[in-house]
Design a protein around this ligand. Structure first.
Ligand SMILES: Cc1cc2nc3c(=O)[nH]c(=O)nc-3n(C[C@H](O)[C@H](O)[C@H](O)COP(=O)(O)OP(=O)(O)OC[C@H]3O[C@@H](n4cnc5c(N)ncnc54)[C@H](O)[C@@H]3O)c2cc1C
Length: 467
């Protein structure tokens, strides 16, 4: 791809638009914005990092880079797991960290949130008003812009859905610099193509997201957590669809294998209430009525006990629940941080097929002499499997894990699933996209990209290649 270069003159104009302090070209900044949280992910430095403070500045910068055909990669907090925020072709990284205003609209049960707002701050701001934004990606330092761009998921999808289900409006800036408001503060709409939903999940390849209008719900009065050990992983995952079949939809239903807990405890020094069984379900339920809530907890406990659970630990105090969910939020670090040869898989399948998928996955891994361990969102069929190549040379690992990944993606599609449930395609899954989508869909997406971004400057090299 032939892109324009950033000259001294362009840098001066950038500084005029956003002020000098918001334009960085020193090596330390360029390196800081060169990667995301993908395990052993790519690193590519941009030529400049720009931090706009408002939508007008985003628009002026985009007009300029579009004119000179300079690539631009949008960035929230770089917590993505698909190399999505890595500036593959250099150019500009536009970081939204300085756009983080939150305006809660209690009359309409909505909030208007700037793209760089960190999820943790948003949750605090709404929860102190008794309101709830249930979309819950595990990484609370991620931003609303990043969450919209990846259509993030997380633990609460089983009951509350994904980010898309809470977005009512988006302010976006096109590559031409045009500012558009898609949707708004209406609960429903039926007015032509829903462009807003096209932007959600587009991974920064169609437009910059500058503001998000989200709907809020009432904060449930009470949460309780069940921590359930199983003698076999298969029994744990089979219990998930048994629970759903009984018309019970917990807030979250997470699965974890023992090895993940042991690794996390070792790395972090934090402890789960129990770590001696092969696998666990961690289930959170919420509600306003204690009697109904505890009855539901009992029903879940009984279903699990009938299906191979060894015991059920109830945690109802805030402290005991926090202890469990704190460790849960460290599983990724626990598993990934000290491993040389590791990958993360984000396939999603119908929840009733998880047991079949796990069995197939272990067979695939065994056949290639690779280990596989998993944890994740069992309630919505999105368990993150981690192929691990302990003791393999880089060369062997590279060859083997590519085959394992391909076969895992194929088997998830064969079971009615797809290749990414929540992390997006980015660069990491680009070569596997045609396993999940047919060529006609990918061609249509390329045509859409050309309409939104004719100069191919927005996050080039992500999702699919254009040339
Ligand atoms: C420990 C851990 C746990 C995680 N758990 C979950 C989980 O449970 N569920 C889940 O879905 N994800 C999870 N993630 C992945 C990650 O947090 C999400 O993908 C998140 O949405 C990324 O947000 P971000 O602000 O860090 O975006 P970045 O990583 O900065 O960017 C992600 C993508 O969004 C684009 N983008 C960012 N901001 C904008 C914008 N304003 N306009 C247009 N495009 C933009 C980028 O170009 C890139 O393509 C986890 C990550 C970690 C490290």
């Amino acid at each position: 791809m032939n892109y324009g270069k950033i000259t001294e003159e362009t840098l001066v104009i950038f500084q005029k638009i956003v002020s000098k302090e918001n334009v960085s070209v020193d090596q330390e900044s360029l390196e800081k914005y060169s990667y995301d949280e993908t395990p052993h992910g790519l690193r590519h430095c941009p030529d400049v990092v720009i931090k706009p403070e408002n939508t007008r500045q985003v628009s002026d910068i985009l007009k300029l880079v579009n004119k000179h055909r300079i690539p631009v990669t949008f960035r929230g907090q770089g917590t993505g797991l698909a190399n999505g925020a890595v500036p593959l072709y250099g150019g500009v990284v536009m970081s939204f960290e300085k756009m983080n205003k939150i305006a809660v609209d209690e009359d309409n049960l909505m909030a208007e949130v700037e793209a760089g707002t960190v999820l943790f701050d948003l949750r605090q701001e709404v929860e102190k008003r008794g309101l709830f934004y249930p979309a819950d990606p595990g990484e609370k330092t991620s931003t609303m812009g990043g969450n919209v761009a990846t259509n993030a998921g997380g633990m609460n999808c089983v009951k509350y859905g994904k980010v898309r289900d809470y977005v009512l409006g988006l302010e976006i800036v096109l590559s031409s610099g045009k500012i558009l408001m898609l949707g708004g503060k209406t609960v429903k709409r039926s007015s032509g193509y829903e462009l807003m939903h096209l932007i959600i999940g587009s991974e920064g390849t169609l437009a910059a997201v500058t503001k998000v209008i989200i709907k809020l719900i009432k904060l449930p009065k009470r949460f309780i957590t069940l921590y359930i050990p199983f003698d076999e992983a298969n029994n744990a995952v089979k219990s998930v669809s048994k629970i759903l079949k009984k018309r019970i939809t917990p807030t979250a239903m997470e699965f974890v294998e023992r090895e993940v807990i042991l690794e996390t405890e070792k790395q972090t020094g934090k402890k789960m209430p129990h770590n001696e069984s092969e696998a666990y379900l961690i289930i959170r339920i919420d509600g306003d009525d204690d009697t109904i809530l505890f009855e539901e907890g009992e029903k879940i406990a009984n279903i699990c006990l009938e299906n191979g659970a060894l015991d059920v630990f109830f945690a109802d105090s805030k402290e005991r629940q926090h202890r469990i969910w704190d460790v849960r939020s460290l599983f990724y670090d626990g598993v990934v941080k000290n491993k040389k040869n590791i990958e993360i898989i984000d396939t999603v399948i119908p929840p009733s097929k998880i047991a079949d998928y796990m069995r197939t996955a272990k067979k695939i891994a065994d056949a290639h002499g690779i280990k596989i361990i998993g944890f994740g969102h069992a309630g919505d069929g999105n368990i993150h499997l981690h192929p691990i190549g302990d003791g393999l040379s880089q060369k062997e690992w590279y060859r083997k894990h590519k085959m394992v990944m391909k076969e895992l993606y194929e088997s998830s599609v064969a079971l009615g699933g797809t290749i990414s449930g929540e992390h997006g395609i980015g660069v990491s899954k680009k070569e596997y996209l045609q396993i999940g989508l047919d060529e006609n869909q990918i061609s249509l997406m390329r045509e859409i990209k050309k309409i939104f971004d004719p100069n191919i400057i927005l996050n080039p090299g992500k999702i699919f290649d254009m040339e």
